[in-house]
Design a protein around this ligand. Structure first.
Ligand SMILES: [Mn+2]
Length: 506
């Protein structure tokens, strides 16, 4: 990917191109802010800021779509929650220290990193994109404090890996009470624990994010009065579960990008194409519309591959008369979409494909509509099994004499996955939140029923064998009616047939 020699060459080239940088900076968008040339060259940050990346952020945003005060509000709401826990006596509040590490770089092989993705909870509270940082929040009575531990600026490391924000700039940039160098972390925690012997330490010991920090914390906690950690994750996820107005805007955007990308993929698809090409198309379309990357390895499954729920090999040719099931979503500024569409590669459903497709579509629409009654996701799942069961009985894919739990079990044989999960900064968002609680306005959930006909399924007539269909939309729960965020991706039979027909004659 890169080598010493090439990097040196690149540095030399960059120097030669400095006048070009200056020319670019005089473009309209930047010149409005009148940056001094010297200033731009000298002060760099570990992530885009409005001055260096005016095409990505508005002048008052810390990250695209979100201002600094929202991050501060998230931290103070969280610390409020923490302050309400852990009273030893009704009058004596415990001090608390919460530790949330940033992600570290992960390597696929020697010196070759995977694309960096920040630890979600850390990003939610800071907007900080730098690896190996740590957020510490302390709560003692009415006193609240957020401390960010950052890497020093390091000209040598920055030549290789790009700029760092550094300790000094970070305080005003991220609006925390204090910033300290990462090397001071251990000492800070030790002295805090010495000073506050009864402090509760909040740290997720199950998920090792920074190994060094994890090991140090384990040593520290053993010496402490507590000798164990409290996990902060559930409290964090309770906050993340309800999206703020700015988060809703970002969710709309990420869903719209992926919706249009999948629609475009339908439009170019044609028999004989490989799943790989369709994967490349959706990936390309998402990036060209501004997404950072796909939110997960997409399922691009032609024909019978669609019956494998987590099929991601994506290396087969899609044949005439087969359907393609595409489950893809993207990440836009830290927010994810998760959409599935199934369409006939030649633009026309066969009789059997259409029968099953219409069942899934009808059931999906009913389930989305149910969200107005604020059910739990588990209730929606039970409803799906019931509706699928009845509809499959009508089409003779389930024996007519089954009812009750036997009918539900028969439906389960056609759809072995849950119908919904929470969606947000993570694809399977807020995993600590049970699916048995009722949904509330501000939550975003998926609705994704499917039918998969395994030839081993003895109830299924032969002509339905190996068909796999799923339709998945991303839905914002609102007070009155749910809002489908992925509505710009067509799902009606006539719409997807006409889209999929567009490239057939070429
Ligand atoms: Mn999903």
């Amino acid at each position: 990917m890169f080598s010493t020699v090439k990097s040196i060459a690149r540095l030399a080239t960059n120097k030669l191109h400095l006048p070009n940088v200056a020319r670019c900076l005089s473009s309209k968008a930047v010149s409005r802010q009148h940056p001094s040339y010297q200033d731009t060259v000298q002060q760099t940050y570990g992530q885009p800021v409005p001055r260096t990346h005016p095409h990505l952020l508005k002048s008052d945003e810390l990250v695209t779509g979100i201002k600094l005060d929202e991050f501060q509000r998230r931290r103070s709401r969280f610390m409020e929650k923490i302050a309400k826990t852990g009273y030893e006596t009704p009058l004596e509040a415990n001090p608390h220290i919460v530790i949330i590490p940033a992600a570290s770089k992960v390597y696929m092989s020697d010196h070759i990193p995977y694309v960096f993705r920040q630890n979600t909870d850390f990003f939610y509270f800071t907007g900080c994109q730098e690896p190996d940082s740590i957020l510490v929040m302390t709560v003692k009575g009415d006193k609240r404090s957020a401390i960010l531990f950052m890497r020093y600026k390091d000209s040598h490391a920055e030549l290789w890996d790009g700029p760092r924000t550094g300790v000094d700039e970070a305080q005003s940039m991220f609006g925390v009470e204090e910033t300290l160098p990462i090397g001071d972390f251990e000492h800070f925690v030790l002295s805090y624990m010495t000073e506050h012997k009864k402090a509760i330490i909040w740290y997720d010991k199950e998920e090792v994010i920074q190994t060094k920090i994890h090991n140090k914390l384990n040593e520290i906690v053993k010496l402490s009065h507590r000798q164990s950690f409290n996990c902060p994750k559930t409290l964090v996820h309770q906050l993340r579960l309800i999206k703020s107005p700015s988060e809703i805007e970002l969710m709309k955007k990420t869903c719209e990008i992926a919706s249009k990308a999948i629609a475009k993929t339908m439009e170019v698809s044609v028999p004989g194409m490989s799943e790989h090409e369709l994967f490349a198309t959706v990936d390309y379309q998402c990036r060209m519309k501004g997404a950072e990357f796909l939110a997960y390895p997409p399922v691009v499954a032609g024909g019978k591959n669609a019956t494998i729920i987590h099929y991601i090999a994506n290396n087969q040719i899609v044949q005439d008369k087969e359907m393609i099931l595409m489950d893809a979503g993207c990440e836009y500024r830290g927010y994810t979409s998760d959409i599935t569409r199934t369409w006939p590669i030649n633009g026309t459903f066969t009789r059997e494909q259409r029968i099953l497709y219409e069942i899934v579509l009808d059931v999906q629409k009913i389930l989305i509509d149910k969200l107005k009654d604020m059910p739990s996701l588990d209730m929606i799942y039970n409803e799906m099994c019931h509706l699928l069961g009845v509809r499959l009985q009508e089409e003779l894919l389930i024996p007519k004499d089954l009812n009750g739990s036997k009918l539900l079990a028969a439906a389960y044989a056609y759809c072995p996955h849950h119908v919904s999960h929470y969606l947000g900064m993570d694809v399977h968002d807020t995993s600590k939140i049970s699916r048995s609680i009722r949904v509330q306005p501000g939550m975003v959930v998926t609705v994704e029923p499917g039918i998969y006909v395994d030839p081993k399924n003895t109830m299924a007539p032969r002509e339905f064998h190996n068909l796999g269909i799923r339709i998945e939309d991303d839905v914002l729960v609102q007070e009155n009616a749910p809002l489908i965020l992925s509505s710009s991706c067509p799902k009606e039979v006539a719409e997807i047939e006409s889209l999929a027909k567009m490239n057939q004659s070429k």
